[in-house]
Structures are given as C-alpha cells and as structure tokens.
Design a binder for this molecule. Sequence first.
Ligand code: CO
Ligand code: ZN
Length: 340
Amino acid sequence: MTLKDTLKKLTEAYGPSGEEKEVSSLIIGMVKDNADDIFEDNLGNLFVVKKGKGPKVMISAHMDEIGIIVTHIDENGFLRIAPVGGISPRLLVGQRLRFNSGLIGTVYHEKLKELKELDWSKIYLDIGAENLESATKSVKIGDLACLDQPFKEQREGRYMAKSMDDRAGCAVLVEVINRLNGELPQEACFVFSVQEELGLRGAKTAAYRYEPDFGLAVDVTLVGDTPKAPTMAVSLGKGPAIKVKDSSVLCHPAVRRFMIDIADENCIPYQLEVLTRGGTDAGAIHLTREGVPSGAISIPCRYVHTASEVVDKIDLDYAVTLLEKLLLSTWPGTEGLYSR
Ligand code: CO
Ligand code: ZN
C-alpha cells in the first residue's frame, strides 16, 4: 500500500477521542506481518514492537481526532453538542458530522444579531429526526461524532482531509514499520495513542508501561505560510520539522542533536519548529517516571483542527526517511549534557 492509500484509509476512518477502535483495527491490519509483538492496553493504546538490542525507544502518534459529544436532545429532535478536543463552533457551521453508526448530521446556528455571538450554546446538530422520540432511536446523550469529509488529492502531492492531525503521523509510523526489517540497534515500540486531543492522556500510560530510554512523537504542526498567518518559521513542503518547543515540552537537547545529525548526514531537508500554542505526546512521554529525553518530528499542516487539513507529500516522505534513519542509528544518549 502506498503512503497515500494508507493516509486515505486512516483519515476517512471514524475516531474521536475515546473511540479509536476503528483506526486501531485498520492499523493492526496494515502492520501485523511486520511486527514482532502487538498488544493493547486498558485505555486502547496500540503498541507495535520491533525487536532490537540495547536501549528502548518509544515512537508515538495519536489515533484520536477532534469531535463533538451530544449534550441534549430537544422535543423537535435537534441535538445540542459540546467539543471533544480543541474545535471551534464557527468552523463547524455547515459541516457534516458522522456518528459511529454512520448517521450524519448538519451543524447550523440559531438566529444571531452578530456573528461574534456564535458559540457552543447557539449551534445545534440536525440529524433529520422529527421529534425527541425518533431522535433517541438513533442517538443518545454522550454519543460522539467526528467530521465527515473524504480524502482528496488537491493537486499532485497535496493532500486534504479531516483528521490529518494525527493520522498523517500514524501513516508515517505504519510506513516505517513496514520498511524496517532485521534487528535494530535499539528496540522500537510504536505507540498509536488514544485521547491526545484531551490532554495527551494515552501517551502518559503508554510511556509508563513501556519505560523507554528516549521518546519521539510524530504529529502535525501549524505553519506560517498562509495570508497574514501568525508569524511562524514553518512552511508546507520544506521538509518535516524538528520540534524545539511547544506548550507541552522543551525537547531534550540530546534528542534534538541526534535528529539534526541524522538529517544532515542523510541530506534530509528539515525545519526547526517553535510552536507557541499546542502540545503533543512528547509532552507526556518526557515527564514519565524519572524523566525521558524526548523530541518530536512534526508534519507541517495547514488548517489544523478543521474539516480540511492540508499536508504535503514531500514532508511526509522525508518524515518517513528521517524516522527510519533514526531507528537504524544508535541512540548516543545524553552523555556530556547532564552529568551527575
Ligand atoms: Co490536534
Ligand atoms: Zn495532533
């Protein structure tokens, strides 16, 4: 399967935080022939292990996507909803939402005097029900839904879909798992984590269980290359970004140095990323137990947390190469940085 096919399958799957099962089943099917061990934990994190001697590395990409939860159903069968993860009500108006059952609803808003009044209390979800009774036959309070948009290739190598955050990261991990063969210089545990969008919850228990010597997250990041975008030194199509900092983590200098050295040695183009808002699984991994040196490979992405997130094939391909080369190299450790 090509990276594009993998990405299409994964982005079109249903998987708001807490309901990642469809995504995890797809991933198991994609990697099972190339894994030394596969298991899940109590929260639903999926672990795919490739054996090796020496230290252990955990590589995490989250399976969950932003979504909504049903909070109320009125007598006419209209639903009220609340966010699951960082989603804006303004970006939902006119969008279709899909429940796990396949049921589709449309989001719209009440009459407003001004657009700035638009918040969660003013929007509703129309599932085509006639009244409360018919609505409750298909939906219950607490049901989740995700955005419903097909994967599209906008132009060659430019991909648009919902949930690129972080199925793009999942697709990179799947590709690397299937490329690596033979014994690695360190054991690699690929974790497809749950509930990242609610505060890095899955990666926290996964890192505690696996006890890695160092950790990596692969996730999307924002870009500064659109009209009047907030100033940011990351663009689409200029290679994956090596994270320096975001709101959840200051990447460990040893991991950063390791990543930069490997990128330079292999002529892999990269950007350096400082994200002033937002976090990733590395934020949870590095605070595990006595502290785990951690970093992240970020995939530049436009319109993050909307129904039309856009990534570029160049960035994905080089993210795959960078991760593959990292896992084929021996982790140099933190020697000389923090001595006891
Ligand atoms: Co996100
Ligand atoms: Zn993400």
